[in-house]
Design a protein around this ligand. Structure first.
Ligand SMILES: NC(=O)c1ccc[n+]([C@@H]2O[C@H](COP(=O)([O-])OP(=O)(O)OC[C@H]3O[C@@H](n4cnc5c(N)ncnc54)[C@H](O)[C@@H]3O)[C@@H](O)[C@H]2O)c1
Length: 117
């Protein structure tokens, strides 16, 4: 049986246009492509605004530069340690202040949370 759209059941959109995402671990060494950097670039390409966070802000900024070079979506870099509550709050604040909302949260850090102090 197929799922039909009716007046009482309208499937939600899966479009990412206008959505806002935080990607932690959005950097990668040099021009390399890690999971976080790839996620940030693809989310932006799909129309998301992306807060790229990394414990090394320069690596997150490199990802932002790549998004801007592609010319699709918006991105900002925030230096933040995903294991630290105050840094996570800083990233959320940046999303709300810069883009007005938060829809998606991805963690792609290379560091296990339970290995951290
Ligand atoms: N690359 C792969 O093929 C692959 C496959 C399966 C799973 N994974 C897992 O995916 C995760 C990411 O791997 P990757 O290859 O993309 O790593 P990567 O090293 O390319 O990028 C990870 C980024 O996370 C940042 N980071 C580390 N600790 C952080 C923290 N506490 N807060 C914020 N940023 C932090 C690093 O500075 C780095 O820029 C890892 O957990 C890895 O085990 C990777």
């Amino acid at each position: 049986m197929s799922i039909q759209q009716t007046e009482s059941f309208i499937r939600p959109t899966r479009s990412l246009t206008g959505r806002v995402a935080i990607v932690s671990g959005a950097g990668a060494a040099g021009d390399g492509i890690g999971n976080g950097r790839a996620s940030a670039i693809l989310l932006a390409e799909a129309g998301c605004s992306v807060v790229c966070t990394d414990i090394q802000q320069d690596l997150a900024q490199r990802t932002v530069d790549m998004v801007e070079k592609d010319g699709k979506g918006k991105a900002i870099a925030v230096g933040a340690d995903a294991t630290k509550e105050e840094d996570c709050r800083k990233a959320i604040k940046a999303a709300i202040e810069q883009f007005g909302r938060l829809d998606i949260r991805m963690n792609e850090t290379s560091q296990r949370i339970d290995q951290h102090d």
